[in-house]
Design a protein. Structure first.
Ligand SMILES: NC(=O)C1=CN([C@@H]2O[C@H](COP(=O)(O)OP(=O)(O)OC[C@H]3O[C@@H](n4cnc5c(N)ncnc54)[C@H](OP(=O)(O)O)[C@@H]3O)[C@@H](O)[C@H]2O)C=CC1
Ligand SMILES: O=C(O)C1=N[C@H](C(=O)O)C[C@H](O)C1
Length: 270
């Protein structure tokens, strides 16, 4: 089979540069085009040079319509407003759309669901193998320990991150809620300030730290009376997210349109 041709959108960003590097290093996939937004100072630069791997002959452009011609998939770690537009484009082109973008609203999610009628969409708040396995363990722990153990999720990311709680923290919260057979939205406490009163029974709490260059730290606490379990993941390198995204793209190739996540890709669903 020929190489899978992938369009990297947001190719000048932290994840975009990492994706260009990982796609270039991975057999079976190739960088078909590299897209940045209108007005970006990196337009015209070679995507490989920007990614620190030397020239690959793919200049950054703004022309995403031309980019999807002949492409098999889009790798998208950008921003919600951009992602919903790329989803519609992927649907028109009937190709795979791998979405790592976090911070999407319910309305954005509905537009992505609609696009997934025609595109093969894999979307996850975290594309690493480790976090997706952690989510399985969190679901099991929540089921076994029950509501007597208070669930709190602490995350820390670099100073540039614009959304909170992180997509990963929410993914882990969903896993805990599944384990308890409840809906996260009914129990989530996403921030605390001032005279909050005691902790509501069964709450799933979130706490956010931002600073420096932290790639991504997540700890799920199960705090009981007299004992505490802590499940933790530390991302040391963005390459793990990019490798997960490439794995998702290869998995999505030729698969019927629909909405999938990394647990589907990794075979973690029963
Ligand atoms: N699911 C996962 O495993 C992971 C998800 N993420 C998520 O990925 C997203 C990006 O993170 P990160 O790389 O750190 O952020 P960056 O801000 O470094 O990169 C985003 C890039 O997308 C560009 N962009 C925004 N809008 C458009 C558009 N309409 N067309 C083309 N390019 C556009 C930005 O350009 P400009 O700077 O000009 O706005 C920027 O270059 C975040 O939502 C983050 O949470 C990150 C890591 C892992
Ligand atoms: O913005 C980031 O950097 C990251 N975002 C994702 C998230 O919101 O969880 C994944 C990872 O932790 C890095």
């Amino acid at each position: 089979m020929s190489d899978m041709k992938l369009v990297v959108v947001g190719a000048g960003g932290r994840m975009g540069r990492t994706l260009v590097r990982i796609v270039s290093e991975t057999p079976g996939v190739t960088v078909h085009a590299a897209i940045e937004r209108d007005g970006s100072p990196v337009i015209g630069e070679d995507a490989g040079i920007l990614a620190g791997i030397g020239e690959i002959g793919v200049p950054l452009t703004t022309d995403v319509l031309a980019a999807v011609v002949g492409a098999d998939g889009i790798l998208d770690f950008t921003a919600p407003a951009a992602t919903v537009e790329f989803a519609e484009l992927a649907a028109q082109a009937r190709i795979a759309h791998i979405i790592g973008t976090t911070g999407c609203s319910a309305e954005d999610e509905a537009r992505i669901d609609a696009a997934a009628r025609h595109a093969t969409v894999v979307k996850s708040g975290n594309m690493s193998v480790g976090v997706n396995l952690l989510a399985v363990l969190v679901e099991q722990a929540a089921r076994a320990l029950g509501p007597d153990f208070d669930v709190e999720i602490l995350e820390m990311h670099h100073r540039h991150k614009v959304d909170a709680p992180s997509g990963t923290a929410l993914l882990l919260g969903e896993a805990a809620a599944r384990g308890r057979d409840i809906k996260l939205d009914d129990y989530a406490v996403r921030s605390r300030d001032g005279y909050t009163g005691p902790r509501p029974q069964g709450a799933i709490g979130f706490a956010t730290l931002r600073g420096g260059s932290v790639v991504g730290d997540h700890t799920v606490y199960f705090a009981g009376a007299g004992e505490r379990l802590e499940l933790r993941h530390v991302a040391e390198d963005r390459a793990q997210f990019a490798k997960g995204a490439v794995r998702a793209a290869l998995w999505a190739r030729g698969r019927k349109p629909g909405r999938y996540d990394m647990a589907d890709v990794l075979g973690l669903k029963d």
